[in-house]
Design a protein around this ligand. Sequence first.
Ligand code: C6P
Length: 407
Amino acid sequence: MSRLDVDRVRKDFPVLEREVHGKPLAYLDNAATSQKPRAVIDALIHYYSSYNANIHRGVHSLSEEATVAYEAARDKVRDFIRAPSSEEIVFTRGTTEAINLVAQSYLRPRIREGDEILISQMEHHSNIVPWQLVREQTGAVLKVAPINERGEIELEQFSKLLGPRTRFVALAHVSNALGTINMVQEMVRLARMRGVPVLLDGAQAVPHLPVDVQELGCDFYAFSGHKMYAPTGIGALYGRRELLEEMEPYQGGGEMILSVTFEKTTYNRVPYKFEAGTPNIAGAIGLGTAIDYLLGLDLQAVRAHEDELLEYATKEVSKIPSVRLIGTAASKTGVLSFLLGEIHAHDVGTVLDQEGIAVRTGHHCAQPVMDRFGVTATARASFAVYNTTEEVDRLVEGLHRTLEIFS
Ligand code: C6P
């Protein structure tokens, strides 16, 4: 395996050249959204300046070209997550929409009062609220697998919560607030042994880990493009064909139909029956380009680089005596969440911003995680392929500076 040439990678990301408050930008907020490489930006410009047209509708050349590019992006997503077929890839606005689609189209009609949906304590709000909506609509019960002090779900605890009335399991592949990589393959196996379908929220996994939905054995896999170098407003849902086939759409409109009369509408085949209205054509094309970009780097070297960064950051930030890390799982990627003494995370973030360092502060849309650790907010540094150990050093200096200001 060759070492990643980070300097070369950094040149692919135009925004990294800018300054913030007169300091070079150190962008450590990648779990919120990553920056975009020139190739992705160019793909958007090329689409809008050369072949912008609606898809699947026109016989004219531009529409043909746009349709081919959009469908080629679907094929790239299929290969990227090793789905068996492109028909099992539904383009969505992102992870949130993908999970809502499964909640409303798959689970809502199939769950009864008293049946159980099992999630975990480390879920992002996007993997909690859609199930609460189903709970309100049906009288189902939401069960929550607890996390331990390190921020891990223990398999035994999880397994105990799988009962005779469990109808669905929804879990983060990687936690956005803690960085924990869950033992999802084993958890999927435990659920499916009991005939319970599983959705994995892959929002924080796809930028960092190789994903093979067939190896994972999950029924649904949801992710967003914008955390993996693609534009915002595009993501995808993988769904096992048998399940997608039997699901009713939850949004109606153009594109998702074969024929419409006032008496009866016949739906299009999968995946189109779930893509009502004009989709985010440019976004899908941009996502395809982001996948090409990632695959063009040595993915093993990317993983090794990001692991090294997280390890280095964990070691260096922990040297500050008043730091408390939130999330110390044995298996982690991408995210370092912490508290700096009694200083509010927003103050930490504000001082770091003055130093040109972007981190996220707050509850990270995972309030139950904050509750679990008895805090209201953390500061979170999150890493991408273009980050460097020098940026980690600047983060540590920034934290010392924060301590000075607030001492
Ligand atoms: N987390 C973060 O700063 P959308 O917004 O649909 O692209 O992704 C939602 C989502 C779902 N699951 C997980 C695990 C996530 O991390 C996110 C997005 C961002 O942590 C923005 S809140």
